[in-house]
Design a protein around this ligand. Structure first.
Ligand SMILES: [Zn+2]
Length: 128
């Protein structure tokens, strides 16, 4: 099948969890489990390996939101630390779970679009 990825944004298809080649097939078969292939165009998803990338990228915005939120509510209302924990610990979990799938989808779509592959260990690369 012809590769027609030029018109597809890896950001848009990744956020929606769609195939990087056709933009229609489902990238995930579970919450975070990558499907074996696209049910529309047949693209094999075995290249997909986002590693720790999505988790690392999510830590920065979620950590910022939670810490700034804690500081603002502490300054405005002076809630005790245990009350703050009851708010911000679940908020951390909820925000992380909401962002993890779209971030993973975008990383896999970018991986396909750029041809990025996991690096090899010392001595495994032939171009050095
Ligand atoms: Zn597809």
């Amino acid at each position: 099948m012809a590769d027609h990825t030029e018109g597809l944004s890896p950001l848009a298809t990744g956020i929606k969890g769609r195939c990087p080649r056709c933009g229609e097939g489902h990238l995930f078969k579970g919450f975070l489990t990558v499907a074996e292939g696209c049910e529309i165009c047949g693209l094999d998803f075995s290249f997909a390996d986002s590693g720790d990338g999505p988790a690392v990228l999510i830590m920065f915005p979620v950590g910022t939101i939670v810490i700034v939120g804690w500081l603002i509510t502490d300054a405005l209302f002076g809630w005790p630390a245990i009350a703050q924990l009851f708010i911000w610990l679940p908020m951390t979990l909820i925000l992380s779970l909401l962002l993890l799938r779209p971030f993973k989808g975008v990383m896999i779509n970018l991986q396909y679009k750029t041809g990025a592959r996991p690096g090899g260990g010392p001595g495994e690369r032939e171009d050095l």
